[in-house]
Design a protein around this ligand. Sequence first.
Ligand SMILES: C[S@@+](CC[C@H](N)C(=O)[O-])C[C@H]1O[C@@H](n2cnc3c(N)ncnc32)[C@H](O)[C@@H]1O
Length: 277
Amino acid sequence: MNDPTSYQNLNKLMRIKIKKIVENYSTKFQWRNDGTDSLMDVGFGPGDITIDILLPLLPENFERLVGIDISSKMIEYARKQHQHPKVSFEQFDIGRKLEDQELNGIKPFDHITSFYVLHYNVHNLDIAFKNMWNLLKPAGDLCILHIAQSYAFQIYKRLYQKEKWARYMYDIDNNVSPHEDVEKQVEEFIGLLKVAGFSECEIKTHNEDYIRETNEYKAFYKSVNPFIYRIPEEDQDEYMEDFCREAIALGYNLDDVNSPNCRFNNRHVDFVIYAKK
Ligand SMILES: C[S@@+](CC[C@H](N)C(=O)[O-])C[C@H]1O[C@@H](n2cnc3c(N)ncnc32)[C@H](O)[C@@H]1O
């Protein structure tokens, strides 16, 4: 993801879902008695959710709120947009071992959140969970929203079959879930969380329909597409046209495709994961 402005303008549906989850789960969080909580938001993107949803949740005398993201564009954007004395945005890859990267002053937190990030890292989940465990204080907790299945993953698999796009999508396996079987995925996640060291973990599955009209659909899936930045700019529109063609071939359109307002559905199976150190 390299376009924070487009994503922020198009993520309204995700914001509503994340707000609901955060409000629900905040009652479970292990809040400190003295209110000096610290929180790290992994993969903050444009930073609007970190600032508009997570910051108001923290006690008045919270210690710090740190967003981390792998993308330098996101860091640059969030630092410009959101300035607050106790909030910082740092570059960090949650899928790479702590000892192999600069910590940029990151030290353990009371809480970690991460929304719609881990599906870009399905091969490195063991490292990601171990990093989260290491970056939590004793009795710290974790709340994650993860896309376990998505219609978009089916479309990526079909685009990868095309010679023109395959070379840009060489790491598709790190960007789509490994199993179609959701129960198997739940088991795998619980196993990985336990191996990482988490003592209590719970996963709830939600089915979610994200419905958008053609232009918004194309713009949104361009903004979150993990491969598009490798495609020459002059071919990107064709790639997104192909994305829509495959969506139609799979029956993800809800209206006649000739209608200018034709809507597309992107159905997800989401995991809401809560774990304690
Ligand atoms: C779909 S956006 C979600 C942004 C925000 N959490 C939200 O829900 O609006 C995913 C973000 O995760 C970041 N990301 C992907 N892989 C990452 C990694 N290994 N470490 C840290 N951030 C990562 C991307 O750069 C992007 O900003």
